[in-house]
Design a protein around this ligand. Structure first.
Ligand code: HEM
Length: 441
């Protein structure tokens, strides 16, 4: 429940570091644009769809990535697409777009389904026991990423790689006070130092894996698996270190986000038995006739709608942060050069003027026939404009395939003492995980 009045400075600072999505008062959920200046930086919080289109699409060149976001993420993701800017970003985006073309993403449906089905079989062995479904979904999306990025063919021990990656992701995105204050670069940042060993190990394994695959492609191209790594090497548009940075970026941007979306979907369905029954009926009726998992996202509208509605209520990436390069005006409000522009899917997706009963889980909003009526700029789980998520169709396909594989045979019932509260760490996470009872249905 959003608070009525703006927070005073001490509460604001405490809330900002504990859970930034709680900062917003009722005005932010009602008004198209709100000005909230923090630490003397003019900050524009924009929720109006036409205004969002103006800033993220029509006048996108005027809005650079926010410097704080860059200071925090770039040391980890370096020249990867998420943190690249200017000419490097344009060249990388051009090189990566064909890699994520529908034909290539469609080919990854089979390994996604194979992994998800195997994972569902493992979960079935729990036989009614309670498990943290949030952690389970992290394991599942990690499994899928390994299969679609490298076909599980990495050098070194997979468990060591997984641990190094976990440590790396844990430190990535942690905001250091020195970064907030833009202190000189030579002063040591604690999270960066703590992530250093994992970072070095993780990068070494990725570089070795890339070299081994390159040698295989030179020797016997037909024997090389058709995964994202092969596609990246075949495109020949990026240097070796740029390839490594982008692989790391795909892991950083695509693993945790999809896991949170899946976890929240399973939780919300457990709270809405009628919706869950509709999804189960759809799977029972249609899935046996759909042998190609590439067809599932379009052929299973209810499953897909549940996933999309969960991302409306709990957008995995809750904030898009930009900085204005020159003066602008949006929804009648001046945006001075240097201002922070925040487009917060968290707020836009719960905005009183944009959604009917915004706090309710109603997947039918996203069924064919109704989905087309949703303003493109009122629903932004993957962002919008030139920097829209390059992995959006990969993630949608993965989400539907994973949900269909899990819910076809299993049922998830919430078993916590109290319901989870959403907390913004880079993604929107449940504060105490998602304890759920998992059994065959
Ligand atoms: C960018 C969300 C999955 C790779 C973005 C952005 C959002 C987003 C909101 C735009 C950020 C901005 O404008 O500041 C999500 C969500 C996902 C997901 C909610 C899952 C449910 C993936 C996957 C991959 C991926 C699976 C790759 C395999 C990227 C990359 C960018 C990006 C590389 C940067 C694009 C650019 O700046 O040109 N994502 N993403 N994402 N995403 Fe995703």
């Amino acid at each position: 429940v959003p608070h009525e009045k703006p927070l005073g400075l001490p509460r604001f600072l405490a809330t900002a570091s504990r859970n930034p999505i709680e900062i917003w008062g009722q005005r932010a959920y009602r008004e198209p644009v709100v000005r909230a200046d923090w630490l003397r930086v003019p900050t524009i919080v924009l929720s109006d769809p036409a205004g969002i289109r103006h800033c993220l699409v029509e006048n996108a060149a005027n809005y650079a990535l926010q410097p704080l976001r860059q200071r925090v993420l770039r040391p980890f993701l370096r020249d990867g697409l998420l943190t690249a800017e200017g000419e490097l970003w344009r060249r990388t985006r051009r090189a990566l777009s064909p890699v994520f073309a529908p034909r290539n993403v469609g080919r990854l449906a089979a390994p996604m389904a194979e992994r998800s089905q195997r994972f569902a079989e493992d979960l079935a062995r729990l036989d009614g026991a309670v498990t943290d479904v949030s952690t389970q979904m992290t394991l599942l999306t990690y499994d899928i990423l390994q299969a679609t990025l490298f076909t599980n063919d990495i050098t070194g021990r997979p468990d060591e790689f997984a641990h190094a990656m976990e440590r790396f992701l844990h430190r990535m995105g942690r905001v250091d006070p020195l970064d907030i204050l833009d202190a000189p670069a030579f002063l040591p940042r604690i999270w960066r130092l703590m992530g250093r060993r994992a970072n070095q190990y993780f990068r070494r394994i990725i570089a070795e894996t890339r070299d081994r695959r390159r040698a295989l492609l030179a020797r016997d191209p037909a024997a090389a698996p058709q995964d994202l790594l092969t596609l990246l090497l075949e495109s020949e548009a990026l240097s070796d270190s740029e390839i490594d940075d982008n692989i790391i970026t795909f892991i950083g941007a695509g693993h945790e986000t999809t896991a949170r979306a899946l976890g929240w979907t399973l939780y919300l369905l457990s709270q809405a038995p009628a919706e869950r029954a509709l999804v189960e009926a759809e799977l029972d009726a249609l899935l046996p006739g759909l042998p190609d998992p590439g067809d599932w996202p379009n052929a299973l509208p209810r499953t897909r709608a549940a996933f999309e509605e969960a991302m409306r209520l709990y957008p995995p990436a809750p904030s898009l942060n930009r900085t204005a390069l020159a003066d602008d005006r949006v929804c009648g409000m001046p945006v001075p050069a240097g201002a922070s522009l925040l487009v917060l899917p968290w707020l836009v997706h719960r905005h009183e003027t944009l959604w009917d009963q915004p706090g309710h889980f109603r997947p039918e909003r996203f069924l064919p026939g109704r989905r087309e009526r949703i303003d493109r700029f009122a629903y932004l789980p993957f962002g919008a404009g030139p920097r829209v998520c390059i992995g959006a169709s990969f993630a949608m396909q993965e989400g539907v395939i994973a949900l269909a594989s899990l819910l076809r045979h299993l049922r998830f019932d919430f078993a916590g003492e109290r319901h989870p509260m959403p907390v913004q760490k880079i993604t929107v996470q449940p504060d105490r995980g998602l304890p759920m009872r998992v059994g065959r249905r």
